[in-house]
Design a protein around this ligand. Structure first.
Ligand SMILES: Cc1cc2nc3c(=O)[nH]c(=O)nc-3n(C[C@H](O)[C@H](O)[C@H](O)COP(=O)(O)O)c2cc1C
Length: 330
């Protein structure tokens, strides 16, 4: 797939997730087979004024390229200024978020609120396309709610305005993250435009990606919650989609090794204090694939530093056995 001048090796990509898709996480997903990785949504107004937190979120390394930086906002000028900074920071693509359902954003008429205003989206896309030389993409939902499917019209207008690809989260804004996605909207968007269409929603196992691409006709699929604690889903999905063999799940020792790599990266990126705060959540996603999850969850609360954590992970992951995961992410 090509997104503007950016070549994307295969259809299996990482969806942006606030609080998750930080630089060490993205690099790990890339190393495990994601073809394209996207950073979390950042307010364009914060980027435009180079707010410290926003700029840290906007950091990227050459190892994760091609990479996507995502911004949200509703003012075309501010979005364009922020997009220039995304480009200058080294991202390969700038993605405009018109899908976020959080109340704070909806209240400001940003993110998912714009799914009810296709013309406003087109104006923003047009302005940003003029401002940067990297490809401009957009992330949308099916529509503001179940009754109004605006995604195909928005995709058509955005293509006209110069967008290089569109990524559809197959739920409405009103649905937030609850309930099953309706993949058929991705097919309708695909039929409406000739730029690449990617989609996401409800991918939990590698086999889901094959089904998604076949059923929707999309050019790519973005994996969200399905990769939390399970970066191996990318190589498993890539192999299946490219016609290869099924790849077995990793051993507990390999799970431990990869978790330690991720957490070490988070200590470097966030510093001790913040990385320690994030530790229980980050590591529990990995531990849920093994027996005695409750024991691990209690023990990780006591961890005081990275050396403690390494000891806990090695002990626990070496003695626990694989277990099938009950899906608790919906
Ligand atoms: C915790 C979390 C944070 C998310 N943050 C973003 C975000 O910053 N930008 C965005 O476009 N989508 C965001 N999404 C949506 C995902 O990119 C993706 O479209 C969605 O999770 C797909 O559904 P799935 O998790 O059921 O596979 C987020 C999703 C979750 C679960």
């Amino acid at each position: 797939m090509r997104i503007g001048h950016v070549s994307v090796a295969h259809p299996i990509t990482l969806a942006p997730m606030e609080e998750h898709t930080n630089p060490p996480f993205r690099l790990l997903m890339k190393q495990h087979g994601a073809s394209l990785v996207c950073g979390e949504r950042i307010d364009a107004c914060d980027v435009a004024k180079r707010d410290r937190r926003a700029m840290r979120l906007l950091s990227t390394t050459p190892g994760e390229r091609p990479s996507v930086g995502q911004i949200s906002g509703r003012d075309p000028h501010e979005m364009s200024e922020a997009a220039k900074i995304v480009e200058a920071e080294g991202f390969s693509i700038v993605d405009l978020n018109f899908e976020c359902p959080i109340r704070r954003l909806i209240g400001r008429g940003e993110g998912g609120a714009l799914m009810a205003d296709p013309t406003a989206i087109a104006k923003i896309v047009e302005s940003v396309v003029k401002a940067v030389s990297i490809p401009v993409t957009l992330k949308i939902r099916s529509g503001p709610d179940g009754e109004n499917e605006t995604a195909p019209e928005i995709a058509r207008l955005a293509e006209k305005a110069g967008a290089a690809a569109v990524d559809v989260h197959a739920r409405s804004v009103a649905q937030s993250y609850v309930g099953g996605p309706d993949w058929s909207v991705v097919t309708r968007v695909k039929q409406a435009v000739s730029i690449p269409v990617l989609g996401s929603g409800g991918i939990r196992e590698a086999t889901d990606t094959v089904r998604f691409l076949k059923e929707t006709g999309a050019d790519g699929v973005a994996i969200g919650r399905g990769c939390l604690g399970n970066p191996w889903i990318f190589q498993q999905a890539r192999s299946l989609v490219l016609g290869g063999a099924a790849i077995a799940p990793p051993s507990p020792t390999e799970r431990a090794r990869v978790l330690l790599t991720l957490v070490e990266g988070e200590f470097d990126y966030y510093g001790n204090h913040l990385a320690l705060k994030r530790l229980p959540r980050t590591s529990c996603y990995f531990a849920k694939f093994l027996t005695d999850f409750a024991g691990f969850r209690t023990a990780v609360q006591q961890v005081k530093n990275f050396a403690d954590f390494r000891r806990l992970v090695r002990d626990h992951f070496n003695s626990a056995s694989p277990q099938s995961v009950v899906d608790t992410t919906n």
